[in-house]
Design a protein around this ligand. Sequence first.
Ligand code: OSB
Ligand code: MG
Length: 369
Amino acid sequence: MKLDRIVLRHLQMPLVHFFETSFSRTYSRHIVIVEAVSDGLSGWGEITAGENPFYNEEWTESAWMIARDYVAPRLVNRELASASDVDPLTRHIRGHNMARGGVEAAVWDLQARQNGNPLWKEIGGGARKEIPCGVSIGIQDTVEQLLGKIEQELADGYQRIKMKIKPGWDIDVIRQVRERFPTIRLMADANSAYTLADADRLKQLDDFYLMMIEQPLAHDDIIDHAALQPQLATPVCLDECIRSAHHAEQAIRLKAGRIVNIKLGRVGGFAEAKRVHDVCEAASVPVWCGGMLEAGIGRAHNIALATLPNFTLPGDVSASKRYWKQDIIVPPVETTAQGTIVVRDEPGLGYELDRDFMDHITFRTETVS
Ligand code: OSB
Ligand code: MG
């Protein structure tokens, strides 16, 4: 395949409800959408960088520049044997995995459409026809608001609740959640808000039989997590610090955690996400699919990814309406009463794009040809 051009589109999309993590509160997303065009057919990707370099080093603006100046020029007008070529052609770019991964995913979608295959089939997935779903609930202004949100999500059928924590919004809040919901599948995500000096505080979490605590320590740390895990009964799940299959191997070797959250963007695309998946599977470490408040394109890619066999735990991929009044795909992502998403069989990412709506919310466009 030969790419005629790569089109970048910067969309602005207000969230239906702000989303707060230990590092910031987001009201509105600035999302870079990638269109890879070959022979009149388009494949679509979404760069999952946030609005600020607080989750990792990337943000909308850096992603735009890296995709435009480094990733796209290495791919356009070059003969690619398959979408698998994108990863080796861009791997020497240090960091910026989300920018690389968003473009890579667009080429996978394009290849799937060329072959008339659903994306899940093209990437070697298909272990399940329904994806088990959980929700990630941000830090709220009051505990009452959090309890109300959890009640709503459980009523909608979601299979597990993840709550964001940070120092000052942790033990006491989780205790109240547990008192109100003693038997739900519950976990907490700290987004690197603690250090090893907080080990005694984190040990208190063991009272609440959480499924896991996600990324308690530094975003780039594996070694301290390895010191923390044996002190906790609660399994540690690694998110930020696993940026490659090599990191997954090292974390497993050091026993830094027992579960891995895989995010397509964080690891640089489908090729590396599959390698992370395989490394974890070989070590009997279960994985689940994380989220980055994606619009529909990224959401659809996550669904395809979560059909790989070792995605056995409910992930953070949930219905479009939890984030958007209107999504950029038709139909929007919807969940069943059992808290699952039914995987679609249409070619490519499986949903139609609402191009008029995308045009309406487009902030800027640039084409590399
Ligand atoms: O750590 O998983 C995270 C959102 C933004 C940045 C980091 C994270 C998250 C989420 C939300 O937890 C997942 C989602 O609902 O898309
Ligand atoms: Mg996380």
